[in-house]
Unconditional design. Structure first.
Length: 42
């Protein structure tokens, strides 16, 4: 495995990880807002 393919693999892994982390973060903030609304309504 040469350097360039190693770097390419690393970048693709980092890209996928950042996308999933961003998705989890957005989902978490939306869920937190929903919970706040739910608690206020009761």
């Amino acid at each position: 495995m040469d350097i360039m393919s190693m770097i390419g693999t690393l970048f693709s892994y980092a890209f996928v990880l950042s996308i999933s982390a961003m998705g989890i973060f957005i989902f978490g903030s939306i869920a937190a807002e929903e919970l706040k609304m739910f608690k206020h309504s009761n």
